[in-house]
Design a protein around this ligand. Sequence first.
Ligand code: ADP
Length: 786
Amino acid sequence: MSEPLGHPSVPPQTLAALGGAQSGTEVKARSSTKGPAGRRSLVFKLTLLVGLTLAVLVATIVVANGLFWQSVLRKTVDNHLSAMAVSRRDTLRAQMAQLQQRVELNTDRGELRGYLSSLSNGTDTNASKNRDTAQQTLSLMVKSKPVIGVMVADTTGHVVLTTNASMMGRDVSTYASYQAGLDNPYFGVPQLGKDGHNVAMISAPIRAREDPHHIHGVLLVTNDITALEDAFRDRTGLGETGEAILGMSDGKQIRYLIPPRNSPPATGTSADSVPALKAATENRESLVKGVDQRGIAVIAAGCPLGYSNWGLVIKMDTKEAYLPILHVVQLEVLSGAVVIGLGLIAAYFLARSFTHPVRQLTRAASRVTEGDYETMVPVKSADEFGTLSTNFNEMTTAIRARRMERDRAEEALRHADRRKDEFLAMLGHELRNPLSAIANAVRLWNVAGDDHSAVELAHGVIERQTDNLSRLVDDLLDVARITEGKIELRKRPVDVNESIHRVVEALRPAIDQQRHELQLLLENDAKIWVDADPTRVEQIISNLLTNAIKYTRKGGEIRIEARREGHEAVISVNDTGIGIAPRMLPQIFDLFTQGDHSLDRPTGGLGIGLSLCRRLVELHGGTITAFSEGVGRGSTFTVHLPTISAPESTMLPETTAQPVPPGRQRRIMLVDDNQDTVHSLARLLTLRGHVVATAFDGVAALKLAQEFQPDFLLLDLGLPGLDGYELARRLRAQGFIRTPIVAISGYAQEGDRIRSREAGFNYHFAKPVDFEALAELIVEDPITGE
Ligand code: ADP
């Protein structure tokens, strides 16, 4: 029965499965949004990317720049040192020249020249006087700084005048100063004086005035060269570790004339160990990078002094000399780091600005996963992110719509399922009532004996209750048929008023039993014609009237009205009954809808009557509405059907069963395994004047057919042994080719009908059989056409 009802039930497990699938999706979706690392990684990655790019770029710039500046600065430093060496040399030379010049000037003094010439002549009587004068000159000379001692030696190399008495008469011919001073002014090698100061002897020839080639002697002036030395050692531009060194070399060994501060004035230092000085003493300018005697890396710029083989060196620790390079590199690295740092911060914020919409989408996706379909992602830009957000919002809206649709469908399914369960319970209840009444009636019949009134009572009960049951089953099958669109309307012109009369007549006993007062408001003598299936029109009116009777307390009023309104027939059934709650009204025509759900309610019903009414009305192209002012205030059901003009002639159906006229009597074979059915139906047919033979199974039926030679066959389908289908086939094979065969079965779906037709049946009647229709068919059968 579940199929014809047309409302598929949804088993709880199906709903659970639906829910299960849903929750499964949620779990999956939720797990995919997990992981804060995943959320941050995009910022991290973008920052890292920009950071790395920047780092590589900056590192390249720093290294290239560093290398460039390093070479530039190295050169600058190197040049600076060389320039310093040259500058020191020039200063030194100028000072030496100045000192030398003063000595030269003094050689031009006449006193000295006079004294020396008088000595050489040995004739001058004024020798002692000249000597005094010359001695005074020397005394004057020694008074001017930085002179600390003056000697005059004659051409034999003996000291003839001196400010130092101990030197008087000494032979200085071996002195380099003397020897050199015989020819040219000569700046002697500085020596450490007695008072710890460096002193240098400057010598110059005392020439004859009239003949410069004639040498009278040599003036030897010992100078304190501290001032010169100090000037030479001036630290300007030398930093902490810078040195100005003056030295000379004899080719193999170095002798410091103004030695390095940090090492004792050494003699005998290997020339190779001070290559810059060596080169300078060899009259070459050089720049040497190496390790000095302290084992420290140094840069030394050497240049020849231009005097004798003296060399001058400006030396500096590499570390200090190149410190600016280090500073530049440090500065570059620092600024590079700052640039990278700033770049990373910028990249971070840039990446955040990129990932911000992504984060918003992620959060929105989580919300959607959690079932929030309301919150939308703000669309802030018209770029790809904006498009993505818009699409996401559209997707969310679509999901929300679908979800709502699904929720509604689920709710509808649940509702249908509930109603199905209620219906089954109700059906059981509704079937049990007539069945128990019938059972009681049968029992009464058994014990009634000759008590006619008891038999009649039992008879009446059985008849009414089987009618009830038939109607119930008819209604159910009708619903199924309508749902599947398989109901066939046998339309013909029908007078609505007459249909109402017939229904009222049929239901009169029930109306009377309830002591209702029925009012019929029909247009006098006017017929209202509709093109309809009369049975169905009566079914509609009957359902409405039955409800009015059922849902109105005893002694109520029922009013049936029929009138024509334009091209419509309007039939309304109004009662003063229990009414309908407003919330029920919209769904009153739905299948299985019932106002009172308690099983022990006084009135029966399955909640299909009104649904059937609406479907039948709609099949006829009409409408049906319900109206009630509320509970306890009565109800009105109104049907509108399209009218037709009056037919030219009308055939009124037979209302009373009459025995068939002679010549229309049939030899009917009735086969059913239900003996009650067989006996009652056989009896009814016999009463109509037919000859009936009965069998209770297929095999017996085959045999009987041969003997009885029926001209009409009524066969049950569900027979023991040989079923109805097979029996029909065999009967056809036995020669009953044109004999009408009618299937009588509890199965009356379209599929059952097709199957019976295929097996050779001509007609198909559902149990319980509509006897009048069957009786009519037997007489009128168009197949035999008699
Ligand atoms: P059933 O009568 O078998 O329950 P119906 O489809 O005929 O099924 O009616 C559906 C429901 O509509 C009923 O259960 C009842 O609550 C309500 N109803 C129908 N007719 C009336 C009426 N005349 N007065 C009050 N309620 C009615």
